[in-house]
Design a binder for this molecule. Structure first.
Ligand code: SAM
Length: 293
């Protein structure tokens, strides 16, 4: 059996109805506009939940619980303070049923995760665990990264292509803005792949579970907004040399690159994460000195 297929034998019995019955009873046919691809395999949802362990001492946050497969696994595996945010109102009765089954442990927010400041949902340590809707997954991740010190870990299911961008190394096709920002802030690992057949309906591509854990010491402290701006400029025109791609920063690019020791003819994908950190640090100093003049 391959790594991404799971036995469908005896599963953890949480006393709630099987997920397929829940979907049928509540008529929860998956809707594309909500990015819905549901997981029914409790072995798989259990595996994702356990990857984020321990859960009992943390504020656990799940985005997009849908019919509650992963939610139930998180609760079954010990989460005592779990908040879920779901945009599809059809899921609310099902989530209420789960909440009644685990009194006091599950809090449900009916809303858009892009508009919720998840750091207000409970004290640290905070862990986000989610099978993310593909249409807003990357944006949510970028939002959380901008305040990463608020979290103990992010355990997230993405399309494999996005997961590969998170962990990509320089000089690879997948290496880009997301790789640099994620790897500056966090230790990042792909934990396992999940075959498309595990979802209902199956998406077009393979998925993967990624875990990001904030680094205790990330060396040079830099301005994240500047890192985001520089990586956007550099990778926005990734085939161009830096002396051209960084022009949009409205700074003396020659001076900037000279102060870093990075050659003007280098391209974004050749730079290491450390190079981008140095570039950002020098950019902040140079901007400050140009502002003074
Ligand atoms: N967690 C469930 C599972 O694993 O079976 C469902 C995962 S499905 C890929 C994504 C879920 O996110 C859907 O239930 C969808 O309705 C919800 N969703 C989509 N956009 C959202 C948003 N902006 N905020 C909160 N939930 C959202």
């Amino acid at each position: 059996m391959s790594e991404d297929n799971f036995p469908s034998g005896k599963l953890a019995n949480d006393g709630l109805p099987p997920l397929r019955d829940v979907i049928a009873t509540h008529d929860l046919s998956a809707q594309k506009k909500f990015g819905q691809n549901f997981l029914f395999d409790l072995n798989l949802t259990g595996r994702i939940a356990r990857a984020a362990a321990p859960l009992d001492d943390a504020t656990v946050i799940e985005i997009g619980p849908g019919p509650g497969g992963l939610t139930r696994a998180l609760l079954f595996n010990g989460a005592k303070n779990l908040t879920v945010i779901e945009r599809d109102p059809r899921c609310q009765p099902v989530l209420a049923q789960i909440s009644n089954h685990y009194p006091g442990a599950l809090h449900v927010i009916d809303g858009d995760a892009l508009e919720v400041d998840v750091t207000t949902l409970g004290p640290a340590p905070r862990k986000i665990v989610a099978n993310l809707p593909y249409n807003v997954g990357t944006q949510l991740l970028l939002n959380w990264l901008m305040q990463i010190d608020q979290f103990a870990s992010l355990t997230l299911m993405f399309q494999k292509e996005v997961a590969e961008r998170v962990v990509a190394k320089p000089k690879s096709k997948a290496y880009g803005r997301l790789s640099v920002i994620c790897q500056y802030l966090c230790d990042c690992d792909i934990l396992f792949d999940v075959h498309r057949s595990a979802f209902t309906p199956p998406p077009k591509v393979t998925s993967a579970v990624v875990q990001l854990r904030p680094k205790a010491d990330r060396g040079t402290q830099i301005n994240l907004a500047s890192l985001a701006k520089i990586t956007q400029a550099a990778f926005g025109q990734r085939r161009k040399m830096l002396r051209a791609s960084l022009k949009s920063l409205n700074i003396n690019v020659g001076r900037l690159l000279e102060s870093t020791g990075i050659v003007e003819t280098a391209r974004a994908e050749e730079l290491s994460v450390e190079d981008f950190v140095l570039l950002t640090d020098c950019y902040s100093r140079l901007s400050a000195s140009e502002d003074k003049q």
